[in-house]
Design a protein around this ligand. Structure first.
Ligand SMILES: [Fe+2]
Length: 330
């Protein structure tokens, strides 16, 4: 009996040593390694596409004709693919779509939504493809101890001056609510701490910070209700309730205290309200294709135009194009 116990202890020790050896070592990176620079110009245009939802059933010819029309019309300086680009897609479709976006020779970024990893590929496949694209600005360090695969920022520079800082954040997909239910994920503590550190170490104090992520903050609901009651300024319409994580979070307060003055998300396909809430613009980007549920009259892209004036509601507009007309006529 005693001998059996000793053997068991030796076995357990061996397993623990093996497990410790297998654990990924956290690799620290300097905050400059998360930064991408672009030249700022007055009227810099960010085109945000959300919830494209390419699947195995998608008519890629129709979809790319529509997006080509919109990208050529918007003439953006930067394209933000803000989540749910894919849902039940294959590797070939991921390859095709990212190569299509890259073919415009415009800088672009990819942000994970809650569905992008639900395809016929491993979780990180979209990130691997993005990393090979010529015009993508994505930066990812898988073992840096920060949750998510997008924790980088794009600094818009005028000479040596920082004019705008654009944070790209992977807000995750799902969190277990109880043994049988899940809720949506949210920006994690490690990601918020990363943003706070970047902002705290910035010498320049005369710039505007914006953040892009897929799933809205819970404050989007309060903001829209306040807008409907005339308490807050805003525009647009929400046709479905906001669907953030049900967990309590201090995401909004921490982003606001870190100097974020505008957040842009997708996720809720028939919402396009933009509300000035407690000094932060909380904006929905309009759904960008007809895949799965949508309303044809709020479909297109979100165009965020930046000027050197204070960032505000007037800098944001959404433009909608008739899908059928474009597909049929071009
Ligand atoms: Fe979606």
């Amino acid at each position: 009996m005693k001998k059996a116990k000793i053997v068991l202890l030796i076995l357990l020790s061996a397993i623990m040593i093996f497990a410790a050896g297998c654990a990924k070592k956290v690799e620290k990176h300097d905050i400059d390694e998360y930064r991408q620079n672009m030249e700022y110009k007055e009227g810099f245009k960010i085109m945000m596409l959300t919830d494209v939802h390419i699947s195995m059933l998608t008519n890629l010819d129709e979809l790319t004709k529509y997006l080509t029309h919109n990208i050529n019309e918007a003439k953006p300086d930067l394209i933000v693919l803000n989540g749910d680009n894919f849902f039940e897609a294959t590797k070939a479709e991921v390859d095709f779509y990212f190569s299509f976006i890259d073919s415009f020779k415009i800088n672009w970024v990819f942000i994970q939504g809650n569905h992008d990893h639900q395809g016929v590929y491993e979780y990180t496949y979209p990130d691997e493809v993005v990393s090979k694209m010529e015009y993508s600005l994505n930066v990812d360090y898988p073992n840096d101890g920060i949750d998510g695969t997008q924790n980088f920022h794009v600094d818009l520079m005028k000479g040596d001056d920082l004019v705008y800082r654009l944070f790209m954040i992977d807000g995750g997909s799902y969190l277990r609510l109880n043994p049988i239910q899940y809720t949506y994920n949210q920006i994690s503590d490690s990601q918020l701490a990363h943003i706070e550190k970047i902002q705290a170490e910035e010498d320049d104090d005369d710039y505007t910070s914006l953040a892009f992520f897929h799933i809205p903050l819970k404050e989007y609901k309060d903001a829209y209700e306040g807008y409907q009651e005339g308490k807050y300024e805003g525009k647009g319409t929400n046709r479905e309730p906001s669907c953030p994580s049900v967990f309590e979070s201090d995401q909004f307060e921490r982003l606001k205290n870190a100097g974020i003055r505008g957040t842009f998300c997708g996720h809720d396909h028939i919402n396009n309200a933009v509300v000035d809430y407690e000094g932060v613009i909380l904006g929905y980007g309009v759904k960008s294709t007809r895949e799965i549920y949508h309303d044809d009259d709020i479909l297109g892209y979100c165009l965020i135009t930046l000027t050197s004036e204070e960032f505000g509601l007037d800098n944001i507009s959404s433009v909608y194009v008739d899908y059928g007309k474009v597909v049929g006529g071009n």
